[in-house]
Write a protein that binds this ligand. Structure first.
Ligand code: SAH
Length: 283
């Protein structure tokens, strides 16, 4: 008997990203999105019945109320739904340097670095605007300065830490408080041939610092809360890359970093998401 459930939501096309983030927060193993008649129709798969109230609440927290919402158990013991959705994880170019692809299609076009990510259980397949925003800003930071040691707080699948290792950073400390994410990061680092460069930890305390580059793709509230801990782990000339905030949350995150003496040097907006690179202001 299958224990898989499919949640179907219909939202405005502009709401696809925030709803996808809400679904991952609620533990979906994968989301497929099709545009039908001007609406985005999302199908999210869950191993075990998700709470409908909690799903609706998570959508509300992202400012979205779906025009249609349903949850149904999936039948058909012959179909592995946890695998089925992977068909919709398609390889894609990100920034100028990367080609993010699944292990079953691991080749990159010439001139791009293959970033092989098994989309099994952790967030970070390059299908989300915040991940892409960070990757673009990381590419730039690595082109502009020599990075000997970097930190990735909330590494998820390990995608950003592995991207840094592929850009030549010899040591990246990747931390996540979710054990499944740490497992995925170890697996993905191996898949990309960079296990020696990626050190895995549990939380910010595992980042001794000082680092040359700090990336954190989290949520606005958490960025505000952790800002002091982040800057304390950066050397003066370092770059901090932050994402995970909606555009309208950007100002209060920037305000907190400004209080600590850090100012934006580059931004990436893929509406409604906002990513930023910061550097310490010269006093
Ligand atoms: N870096 C990836 C994943 C971002 S999702 C990407 O850019 O795609 C955010 C991740 O942060 C999740 O895996 C979550 O488990 C982790 N996380 C959330 N709060 C955290 C905390 N306080 N300490 C460490 N990890 C945290």
């Amino acid at each position: 008997m299958s224990n898989w459930y499919e949640c179907r939501l219909v939202v405005a096309v502009d709401d696809e990203d925030p709803v996808t983030a809400a679904l991952f927060e609620m533990g979906t193993t994968g989301v497929r999105c099709d545009v039908e008649g001007g609406d985005a129709v999302l199908l999210a798969y869950f191993d075990g019945r998700p709470s409908e109230d909690a799903l609706r609440q998570a959508c509300r927290e992202y400012g979205v109320s779906p025009s249609s919402f349903s949850v149904r158990p999936l039948s058909g013991d012959d179909v592995d739904w946890s695998e089925n959705w992977k068909l919709h994880f398609s390889p894609r170019a990100v920034g100028d340097r990367f080609h993010v692809c699944p292990p079953w299609a691991p080749e990159a076009p010439s001139g791009r670095l293959a970033l092989v990510i098994n989309p099994a259980m952790a967030f970070g397949t390059g299908q989300h605007a915040t991940t892409r925003g960070c990757m673009i800003l990381l590419e730039r930071a690595c082109a502009e300065a020599r990075i000997d040691i970097a930190a990735d707080l909330g590494t998820g699948s390990g995608i950003l830490a592995i991207a840094l290792a592929k850009l030549g950073v010899p040591r990246v400390i990747a931390v996540d408080n979710d054990p499944q994410a740490r497992e995925s990061t170890a697996e993905n680092a191996q898949l990309n041939g960079v296990p020696g460069a990626v050190e895995i930890g549990t939380d910010i305390a595992d980042i001794a610092g000082p680092v040359d580059l700090f990336v954190a793709n989290l949520f606005a509230d958490l960025l505000v809360q952790l800002a002091a801990g982040i800057v304390a782990r950066c050397r003066p000339g370092a770059t901090i890359v932050c994402s995970g905030m909606l555009e309208h949350d950007g100002p209060r995150v920037l305000e907190r970093f400004a209080e600590l003496g850090w100012a934006p040097c580059a931004t990436e907006v893929e509406s409604p998401w906002f990513s930023v690179a910061l550097q310490r202001r010269i006093p």
